[in-house]
Design a protein around this ligand. Structure first.
Ligand code: DX5
Ligand code: ZN
Length: 222
């Protein structure tokens, strides 16, 4: 498997955030996934710009910033300045998605669009060429620790077909309920960037869990 692992700090200990960032720095993780929620697009409020800046101060891996907010175009520059390497906006939150994606790229960030579980992959057909990554939500956004939705596999097959046709370099990220039991199947279905919150931080040894998400074959053989 040639894939990226992105632990989500939503499941970290916010009172020991520096410690948990350093844990990720010293692990085999590729990215640090940062979930921003506004209490409007999703029912939950998580963290905002000051926390992203604080994370960036200690991070040695690129910040993969997932904006679960309404009107994300209002804050793109701020999140870039706070340290985002990639910015994900939701299809459902962007009436002028093409413009929003161009602004993300002009800022020098990787551009990613997320779709909720009910949003059909086909809606991405006319934007996919402009994207670095697509995020297939495998839970309804808003909370960590939710049950993985099985229809994600069908959506991965659909996005894989679009990727092949329009943008072979496209990264396909999956977020929500990812763990050591489903990562190989998700990879086989086409995903190559894996967000994991609770699977990592609720485990007894987060560093070892990140390693086994990075090398799931070794785990299953042991
Ligand atoms: C959910 C967030 C996820 C969350 C995943 O809205 O986008 O990134 O942290 O958490 P787990 O891996 O616990 O499902
Ligand atoms: Zn996320």
């Amino acid at each position: 498997m040639n894939h990226l692992v992105a632990p989500s700090i939503l499941a970290a200990d916010f009172a020991n955030l520096q410690r948990d960032i350093e844990l990720i720095n010293n692990s085999e993780a590729d990215l640090i996934h940062v979930d921003v929620m506004d209490g409007m697009f999703v029912p939950n409020i998580s963290l905002g710009l000051p926390v992203v800046k604080a994370v960036y101060k200690h991070a040695k891996k690129p910040l993969d910033v997932h904006l679960m907010i309404v009107q994300p175009e209002r804050y793109l520059k701020d999140f870039k300045e706070a340290g985002a390497a990639s910015i994900t906006v939701h299809y459902e939150a962007c009436p002028n998605l093409h413009r929003t994606v161009q602004v993300i790229k002009e800022l020098g960030c990787k551009a990613c669009v997320a779709i909720n579980p009910h949003t059909t992959v086909a809606l991405l057909e006319d934007i996919i060429l402009d994207l670095d990554m697509v995020l297939i939500m495998s839970v309804n956004p808003g909370f960590g620790g939710q049950k993985f939705i099985d229809n994600t596999y069908k959506k991965l097959a659909d996005i894989k077909a679009l990727k092949r046709r329009y943008n072979p370099e496209l990264l396909i990220e999956v977020d929500g309920g990812v763990d050591e039991t489903n990562i190989v199947k998700l990879s086989d279905a086409g995903a190559n960037v894996f967000v994991a919150g609770n699977a990592v931080f609720a485990s007894a040894d987060p560093t070892a869990t990140i390693a086994s998400l990075k090398h799931p074959g070794i785990l299953s053989r042991s």
